[in-house]
Design a binder for this molecule. Structure first.
Ligand SMILES: Cc1cc2nc3c(=O)[nH]c(=O)nc-3n(C[C@H](O)[C@H](O)[C@H](O)COP(=O)(O)OP(=O)(O)OC[C@H]3O[C@@H](n4cnc5c(N)ncnc54)[C@H](O)[C@@H]3O)c2cc1C
Length: 234
């Protein structure tokens, strides 16, 4: 399961990245927990939106072709693989999302500066911020009541690292929305070439549980196609 927050910043902070590639994919390994944290779903000049996931409100984002805001948003997600005896990552992700809904009556928004200062955001503090939320009905609150320490520590470390390549990410005005949760499909048993246990039957993309994004899904298709072409001696 991937758990994290949606980050909203002035579009100018990420412009040198998003003007080269619409969706920069940045991966970071946290020092404290050695967890993988990644950017996901970057939306230049976009809007943060709510997503209804089987009874729970989580956060997401999108951009419009013909409507721009002054902000860019993206998710910072921490990937967790549980070992044993616990094997219910989907329930775990849903629990955390439910906690945010319980405390915030929906999606919570917090200024990074408030989180760092150990205090909640209030409507007044949000109104004073330089980044105005594009998701208007998120509840100003305190994400530290919702997100486990491990995830929060990973996210703060990555924000610090991101600030080195995009100064301004680690600003007290940066907005964090929680929580964003991404679930993986069950992973099939596959060979390195993505062949299933059934000879000559290949499985790729999200449905096979080998990807959680456009580029990775596409790349997995190319891998399988290369192997098939080799077998057909094309
Ligand atoms: C709201 C949302 C936002 C996202 N944002 C991003 C993002 O910003 N960046 C990013 O990298 N990724 C993003 N993703 C993830 C990305 O869309 C997926 O990782 C990617 O599309 C997976 O590709 P795929 O080919 O494996 O599966 P899909 O794109 O889901 O393709 C599967 C296809 O199979 C078809 N299909 C299903 N069942 C059948 C059937 N029985 N017969 C025939 N056809 C069938 C479906 O209609 C679909 O067209 C987002 C996903 C969602 C839902």
């Amino acid at each position: 399961v991937d758990i994290g927050v949606r980050v909203e910043i002035p579009a100018s902070v990420f412009l040198h990245l998003t003007s080269i590639t619409y969706e920069p994919k940045l991966i970071f390994h946290s020092k404290k927990f050695d967890d993988q944290v990644r950017t996901f779903c970057v939306n230049p000049y976009g809007e943060v939106v709510k997503e209804y996931l089987k009874g729970l409100w989580t956060v997401n984002g999108h951009s419009y072709a013909d409507r721009k805001t002054g902000n860019t948003n993206f998710a910072l997600l921490v990937s967790t693989v549980f070992t044993e005896p616990f094997d219910e990552p989907i329930s775990y992700g849903r629990y955390i999302a439910r906690l945010a809904n319980f405390i915030g009556k929906g999606v919570i928004v917090q200024r990074l500066g408030d989180l760092q200062a150990g205090r909640r955001s209030t409507p007044e503090r949000i109104a004073k911020g330089r980044v105005q939320p594009t998701l208007k009905d998120a509840t100003p609150g305190d994400l530290s009541f919702v997100i486990p320490y491990r995830y929060l520590s990973d996210i703060m470390e990555m924000i610090d690292a991101l600030d080195k390549i995009a100064p301004g990410v680690n600003s007290k005005h940066t907005l964090l929305y929680g929580v964003e949760v991404k679930f993986y499909s069950m992973q099939l048993t596959l060979t390195r070439n993505l062949e299933t246990e059934v000879k000559n039957l290949f499985a790729v993309g999200d449905g096979a549980g080998v990807s959680r994004g456009l580029i990775q899904a596409s790349a997995s298709g190319v891998m399988a196609a290369r192997e098939i072409a080799k077998r057909l001696a094309l």
